[in-house]
Design a protein around this ligand. Sequence first.
Ligand code: HSE
Length: 372
Amino acid sequence: MALKLGFIGARGMVGRVLLERMRQEKDFEHFDTIFFSTSQVGQPAPEDSCEEKLWDAHSIESLSQMDVIISCQGGDYTNELHSPLRQSGWKGYWVDAASTLRMSSDSCLVLDPINKNLIKESLRNGTLDFVGSNCTVSLMLLALAGPLKEGVVEWVNSHTYQAASGGGAAHMRELLKGMGYLYKKHQNLIDDDRGDILALDHLISEDLRNASDFPKEKFGAPLAANLLPWIDSAVEMGQTREEWKGMVEANKILGLNDSLGVDGTCVRVGALRSHSQALTLKLKKSVSADELEKMIGDAHEWVDVVANNKEATIKDLTPAAASGTLRIKVGRIRPMKLSPDMMNVFTVGDQLLWGAAEPLRRFLRILLEDKA
Ligand code: HSE
């Protein structure tokens, strides 16, 4: 008999990307899927459902009937429902995109090209909560899978260029509205190729600083024609939570005891849905750029190594090139002048695919393998 899968949050952005990928890969053929909703209970369910209507995502009784629950509903939902459901005695698998359960000692982070063995071991040991990790962490580890497996990396200094989609759908709109706001307001000066660029810059800077009608509610400050070097809340030692996740989640995925150092600055930029990262690798031994490139490129089927030249880089190592694909682009691989055991790497990947939805749907396949 097929496992009963409860899908929660299919209408949100991550949920929609997950739904589409599961359709493409025919994942629904292996489950009896029921779609749950927090706000549209009783309305028609998607075609992949074995029930005509959406079930109530707040009903412990209905949720308890599932063998597996996959949630893209967000952290508040997980906070509210996960504990009561477990307390009711439910022993199914909870698969989650939200960060709530990531650092719980009872959960396993899923990123199978990196930690399939750990996932399988966790299944054997009776772990029931499986969580996708932070998008920048997943994308960084997929880029560095080869050197990490070879054990040559001592620490990683990562500086991120994170897309608006990391904030959510409304944040993407806000970025685009900000671009439109500036163009509409200053169209004459922008279109006048012989106009005074410094006067235009002055007007735009003035808008970014003071215009009360500039679209900035979601990010708290203008992102268009700007960047924001702060993501999420503050934690200790001046770090942001997004920066803190880098080390703790990477080590948990790799099954290490915080022995891999990861730190840097997380920055929101005006890209739409692909996150980029500039990485400085401190190596445990001297490795040439060619050797590192080979380690990176041979690690798994999703890596595209981009040659370190201008033409290839501006064509292929960009959010524009990565968005909507499962490709993990890695380039700018070169030794750093700082020290012979330091390497420079730049990587880009889609924040909604490998950064969120893909590890979850691939976990479902591993679960099926395990149950077969
Ligand atoms: N926290 C990430 C961001 C997205 O704000 O870009 C989710 O992993």
